[in-house]
Design a protein around this ligand. Structure first.
Ligand code: ADP
Ligand code: MG
Length: 711
């Protein structure tokens, strides 16, 4: 595990690797950073803990002077000036030196005077220690093991939510003050003209109102804070999960999947609204009712009846609401998939006059969605309006009962007014709860579909230990591999066995749909065989971190696709630390150089989304450059010259024959000219090997028609 100075990830990643090695935790560069948001390919302190967590290392950034570091927690990572960092192994107080390791020289311990170190030290230190690991002997308890992706994050903010609840309780207690104030003014101040008491009471109530205002503002602020803190974490974990998903579990439609991912928005807004907090108010209904009962118990009856009516109605509408929101969500994601598919294939849509079909599709689903949405709105309005109507009716009933009690002398005027005011306070949480029941379905349906996404298996499950293969030699072996695409009845590859030695050059021939591309995708670990094994350098690739494996393979896919951005960005996507001379080298190799030189923007030319601003041949050349940029030991090429013209192909062939010396190369091709590069040919048909041997033999057999078909 060596870390060179221009390695991926920068200085901090180097330090992480040193720490991992110190604790004897296997960790490779690729495993640590694959899929993390890096800045210019550099691991930053803010995402350090995510990289460390993959190795089972818990980490924390603190500000601390060197003298104040806790010696028991060494080694630690010191952040130095200019985005550099180093590992501090120990401090020798005797001669005022420190033992440090720089990521550039991971095997050398440097003794540096503390004074010198202090000059470069930014004051920020990262403590990083291995977490306790259970092994198989300690049986897992499912509930403890899996922290729910959503509730786990929410629970991290539990102190915040505790404060919100405390604030809500205070606000509710304060709410009793106003009716009591009014009652006392009516019963004591007005009859006696006691203006002094009025002022005292008013001063008191104003103080309560101010405290109430402050608490309410704090509550809103905390709710928002909790929501936005969780938002960042949740959206990154959702995206990480989506990108890490196994291809075999890939959703059928990108557009509809995107709609489901975006539905997180409705969960977010629900979480960030005060409606959830309204639930805290619910128990206070009892408090208000108790106070009303003290004023005059018969006054409680309308409130109980009203509350029951509202809740029964709201609950009875639940299943209908849920069904409607599920239907509208499904229709919405279907409509989104129509949109995304037609937008990304606009050229095809126009070329084959598919507009009308798509338009019909769109309009039908829009009409359906509008209708469902209208039904939902009507239902939820009936709940909220019904609740309000009940609230007012309850107030009227209280006044009626109150007046009778007043006439009989069981109630004072102030008591009547206080009961009236308190009744609206008591009913408010009930209306809110009913409103909540009406609103939450969007979010709950969204949660269901997000849960479904988050349960899909990922390529790199957390806690899995990978074998690190920093330098692959390049032998590839298939052992009785059977493979079937998900939801496909037929095997795409049947009982495939072959052994390719490191440095061997092999061509794969076969008819369309015979499984050539599939074979290469299996070597990349994009899909897993149903049975059998694929070995690279004698190691089953299921044991190698997929991102590390792919890093060792230069792959030119059959269908080339690019990302929006410049040509240079597209070449270095998987290898951001590439230097200019490396980029120039691959541009020459792939035959891209003349085209780049002739273009005014050169390497900065825009390629457009999916590379649509380029011709097919240009795209293919870029794909070749992209595959070669990291100088990988294994080359997998899927018809790499399919769109190249004759001269470019010839040029590329000559470059490749020089470049590929010593590298393992598998080329799928229909062009006989590329066969000059290989020593061996494997012919497959319908997923089975029908010929495998030295080039001359297989060519001869093919010419004589001796190579049969599998069917
Ligand atoms: P080729 O030899 O032309 O490269 P492929 O390996 O692409 O053939 O395809 C082999 C078979 O697998 C074909 O019958 C094709 O229909 C099927 N297939 C290819 N890709 C997929 C996929 N993503 N999902 C399901 N079936 C697929
Ligand atoms: Mg193919």
């Amino acid at each position: 595990m060596s870390v060179s100075s221009n390695s991926t990830g920068g200085s901090l990643l180097g330090c992480l690797l040193i720490i991992a090695r110190y604790h004897e935790i296997p960790l490779s560069e690729q495993t640590a950073i694959a899929g993390l948001p890096l800045v210019d390919g550099i691991l930053t302190p803010s995402v350090f803990h995510r990289a460390a967590k993959r190795a089972g290392i818990a980490s924390r950034i603190c500000s601390s002077a060197i003298e104040e570091l806790n010696e028991n927690l060494l080694p630690v990572i010191l952040l130095l000036n200019d985005d550099q960092s180093c590992v501090l192994k120990s401090i020798n107080a005797g001669d005022n030196t420190a033992e440090i390791i720089f990521p550039e020289l991971p095997d050398t311990v440097v003794h540096q005077p503390l004074a010198e170190l202090r000059q470069r030290y930014t004051g920020q230190v990262i403590y990083a220690r291995p977490e306790f690991r259970f092994d198989k002997r300690a049986p897992e308890i499912k509930k403890v093991k899996d922290r729910h992706w959503f509730w786990g994050v929410i629970a991290e903010n539990r102190r915040l939510y505790r404060d919100i609840i405390i604030a809500a309780i205070m606000i509710n207690l304060f709410a009793v003050a106003m009716p009591l104030f009014v009652m006392n003014v009516y019963d004591r101040v007005v009859p006696n003209h006691a203006t002094d008491t009025l002022w005292v009471l008013s001063a008191g109530i104003i103080i309560v109102l101010i405290a109430d205002l402050v608490l309410r503002m704090m509550r809103s602020w905390f709710v928002d804070l909790g929501a936005s803190r969780a938002d960042v974490k949740l959206s990154s974990s959702i995206m990480e999960h989506v990108l890490g998903m196994k291809l075999s579990n890939r959703p059928a439609s990108a557009g509809s999947f995107a709609a489901n991912v975006q539905s997180f928005e409705s969960v977010r807004s629900f979480m960030g609204s005060l409606t959830v907090v309204a639930l805290v108010d619910l128990p206070f209904v009892l408090l208000f009712m108790a106070i009303i009962a003290i004023i005059g118990w018969p006054l409680v009856i309308p409130i109980i009846v009203g509350a029951l009516l509202v809740l029964i109605y709201a609950l009875s509408a639940q299943s209908k609401m849920h069904q409607l929101s599920e239907t509208s969500m499904r229709a919405g994601s279907m409509r989104n998939s129509t949109l995304i598919e037609s937008l990304s294939n606009l050229e095809t849509v126009k070329s084959f006059s598919a507009e009308s079909r798509i338009q019909t599709n769109w309009e039908q689903s829009t009409i359906f969605i509008t209708r469902t949405a209208a039904q939902m709105r009507l239902l939820s309005a009936s709940i909220t309006n019904g609740a309000q109507w009940t609230q007012h009716t309850v107030a009227v009933a209280i006044i009626i009962i109150g007046v009778y009690m007043l006439i009989e002398g069981q109630l004072t005027q102030g008591g009547l007014i206080a009961a009236y005011l308190l009744s609206s306070r008591a009913m408010a949480p009930i209306s809110q709860a009913a409103g909540l029941l009406a609103q939450y379905h969007h979010s709950s349906t969204a949660m269901e579909s997000l849960n479904e996404i988050m349960e899909r298996p990922v390529e790199r499950p957390s806690g899995k230990n990978w074998i690190s293969r920093p330098a692959v030699k390049g032998s590839i072996e298939f052992k009785r591999v059977n493979f079937r695409y998900p939801d496909d009845e037929r095997l795409a590859l049947t009982d495939l066995s072959f052994n390719i030695k490191a440095g061997e050059h092999v061509a794969i021939l076969g008819r369309n749909g015979s499984g050539k591309s599939t074979l290469e995708k299996l070597i990349l670990g994009l899909y897993q065989p149903e049975s059998g094994a694929i070995l690279v350098d004698g190691v089953d690739i299921r044991q190698i971190d997929p991102s590390e494996l792919r890093h060792q393979i230069g792959y030119v896919p059959q269908d080339v696709s690019m990302f929006f951005g410049t040509l240079k960005e597209n070449i270095i996507t998987g290898y951001p630390q590439a230097e200019d001379h490396q980029i120039l080298k691959v541009a020459n190799l792939s035959g891209l150089a003349p085209f780049i030189n002739a273009h005014p923007a050169g390497f900065d030319m825009q390629v457009g989304e999916r590379g649509q601003l380029l011709s097919g041949g240009q795209r293919q050349s870029i794909a070749i450059a992209r595959a070669l940029i990291s100088d990988p030991p294994i080359l997998l090429m899927d018809e790499p010259t399919g769109s190249l013209d004759h001269t470019s192909e010839e040029q590329f062939k000559q470059n490749l024959s020089r470049y590929s010396k010593g590298k393992t190369m598998i080329v799928v091709t229909h062009r006989s000219s590329l066969l000059a590069l290989v020593d061996r040919i494997i012919v497959i048909d319908a997923g089975k090997i029908v010929a495998d041997g030295a080039k001359a033999e297989v060519m001869e057999a093919l010419r004589q028609g001796r190579v049969g078909s599998a069917q």
